[in-house]
Design a protein around this ligand. Structure first.
Ligand SMILES: [Cu+2]
Length: 611
């Protein structure tokens, strides 16, 4: 087991002052909530969600929605920091979330796994126990930037060896950001089979609300287990999902013949609610809405934004949106709708096949609705633009500008050319994906951090399947254009950072002459963005967090088939400044090697997630 009281103590000591990361050069905060009244200790409440901790002699500026949570967070005991502990036990179990029994791999016997809840700045100590029979595991905390704690990122083959059956690994990290996210296995098919749960970090918000309804994950649901679905995807294209689970529930069809049950959320007329939407799918993007109600979006992934209003909201895999809405309609029951935009390679779902087909549903029910047991009769009030593309126009609360010195060369220093191939590493004819002609193909038992620990980075850098890009310089912007040569849109996810989205354009090949079309002034930051079909995604990464960070497509089949790269950021500093060191790396890898030598179940793919 990694971690100890000693490590935890040194971790707390190391955090005596707030803010560990180099701040992005930024303008002064926008002062969205500069004038607020009635602040007191623990000032967050229905009358003031912008406040988190009032100014005091010990904390002259306090903590609020204008605080740049990428660089500053409440971080010692005097500021209310506590240690929050969870144990997550992964095991096989047959569950029937849609009414049909299916052998799953789940956490603590339930799906979704337990909500990990903490306050902004808390230390999270999470023990992951592997009680599976024939599989390792490895737990990733999606969107958590792991400030100076790349060792805790939970990616087998990159930051750790997998946890073998019977073993426990302790993850220790700080909730430096606030908002909504999820955690999931990065090993084999486990996340599609149920090894996933949600994360709720309490903190300030850019808009008032009365009550927090909590996390609301949406995931595609298959008859096949993940291994089989992934295999079919590789051989012949992605299989059709039978539906989608909303907060772990679904009903196969409206009316008396449907199996399973809808998620049914109770709300009270006149109240304003915060709802934390998360797309936890393996192969599906959605448009979501709540009939007759309007959403104000207040956060994109872990980044607070100025309230952005909509009725339909696009959600890529891995993305989160915190939304606020008011129960201001006739007391009744209303459909919450989830649809896959048809004809755009956004996913293939039997419950959402386009116009005239019924949606994937949950129910929001007013407490005094006249027919509390009937299914809603509400209708969608608006249509949506049919596209598989991110929403546009969201503005981060904390303004950060990207230095505009981007001189696009179009070579491997700033371009990633994505091509769909037809061979895997064994030469079999299948779907595969290359970036600059290479598929990622990590080795579970030889994580990149182990090479660093053993002072042998060149070996892993030169290994073709490692797909490593080295970001040497500290506190600089690195610019990347990901160019999509194919018709499939891809949700691109970065570990260790929120990237800046400089541009996204379908059906377009980026050239140096187009640099002046990019947005450098306070662009949206987040950890998942869509790469449009036959187009490009231009991003900037600010190197303020030494570590080894995976960037990959969050369609599980695609990362399985090679769609990923690793950034090795500031390699000389990675081992120096970690909160939790690598003392246990060699022993935990030795334990994995011993178990793996005796199992017949070997790594069949890129090693990342599927299958
Ligand atoms: Cu993809």
């Amino acid at each position: 087991m990694l971690g100890s009281n000693l490590l935890l103590a040194s971790l707390a000591l190391g955090l005596a002052s707030a803010g560990l990361l180099q701040e992005v050069p930024a303008k002064a905060s926008t002062g969205l909530l500069a004038k607020r009244a009635g602040e007191g200790p623990n000032c967050n409440g229905p009358n003031d969600r912008g406040c988190w901790r009032s100014p005091s002699p010990a904390e002259p500026t306090g903590f609020n929605i204008d605080t740049d949570s990428e660089t500053v967070w409440p971080s010692n005991v005097a500021q209310g920091q506590t240690t929050t502990t969870y144990t997550l036990t992964v095991a096989e179990k047959t569950l029937a979330p849609d009414g049909d029994g299916k052998l799953m791999q789940v956490i603590n016997g339930v799906y979704p796994g337990p909500v990990i809840e903490a306050n902004w700045g808390d230390v999270l100590v999470i023990d992951v126990v592997n009680n599976l029979t024939n599989n390792g595991t490895s737990m990733h905390w999606h969107g958590v930037i792991q400030a100076n704690s790349t060792t805790q990122d939970g990616v087998n083959g990159i930051t750790e060896c997998p946890i073998e059956p019977g073993a426990t690994r302790r993850y220790t990290f700080i909730a430096t950001q606030h908002g909504t996210s999820w955690y999931h296995s990065h090993y084999s098919g486990q996340y599609g089979d149920g090894v996933a749960g949600t994360i709720k970090i309490n903190g300030p918000a850019s808009m008032k609300y009365d009550e927090d309804l909590g996390t609301f994950p949406i995931t595609d649901w298959y008859t096949d287990n993940s291994y089989l679905a992934g295999f079919k995807s590789e051989q012949g294209g992605p299989p059709r999902a039978k539906g989608a689970l909303i907060n772990g529930k679904m009903k196969s069809a409206p009316g008396p013949n449907g199996k399973g049950a809808y998620e049914d959320v109770k709300i009270e007329k006149g109240k304003t609610y915060r709802l934390r939407l998360i797309n936890t799918s393996v192969d599906m993007m959605y448009k979501v809405s709540l009939d007759n109600h309007r959403f104000s979006v207040i956060a994109a992934d872990f980044v607070p934004i100025k309230p952005w209003n909509t009725t339909w909201l696009f959600m890529a895999i891995g993305q989160r949106y915190d939304v606020v809405f008011t129960a201001n309609q006739t007391s009744d029951r209303y459909w919450f709708r989830v649809e896959v935009p048809p004809g755009k390679l956004c996913g293939n779902n039997a419950m959402s096949l386009g116009a005239g087909q019924h949606s994937i549903f949950a129910i929001f029910s007013y407490l005094n609705a006249p027919k509390p047991n009937d299914e809603p009769t509400s209708k969608s009030q608006e249509t949506y633009t049919v596209e598989c593309a991110d929403e546009k126009g969201m503005i981060p609360v904390t303004e950060k500008n990207v230095t505009n010195i981007f001189d696009f060369k179009g070579d491997a220093t700033d371009k990633m050319n994505l091509v769909q191939g037809t061979r895997d590493k064994h030469g079999r004819r299948i779907n595969s994906w290359t970036i600059n002609d290479k598929e990622i193909d990590i080795q579970w038992e030889n994580p990149t951090l182990e090479y660093l620990l053993n002072n042998d980075l060149p070996t892993i850098q030169n290994r073709p399947g490692s797909n490593i890009y080295t970001l040497k310089e500290a506190n600089q912007f690195y610019y990347w254009v990901i160019q999509n040569t194919g018709a499939n849109p891809h949700p691109i996810h970065l570990h260790g950072h929120d990237f800046f989205i400089l541009g996204q354009q379908a059906d377009s090949t980026f050239t140096a002459a187009m640099t002046n079309t990019l947005q450098f002034t306070n662009p949206l930051r987040r950890d998942v963005a869509m790469l449009p079909p036959k187009g490009y995604l231009a991003i900037a990464i600010y190197t303020n967090n030494p570590g080894v960070w995976l960037m990959h497509c969050h369609i599980a089949w695609h990362v399985s088939q090679g769609l990923g790269v690793q950034f090795v950021e500031r390699p000389d500093e990675i081992l120096r400044d970690q909160h939790v060191g690598l003392e246990a790396m060699n022993s935990s890898c030795a334990a994995w090697d011993k178990w793996y030598a005796g199992t017949q179940f070997k790594q069949p793919d890129s090693g990342l997630r599927l299958f």
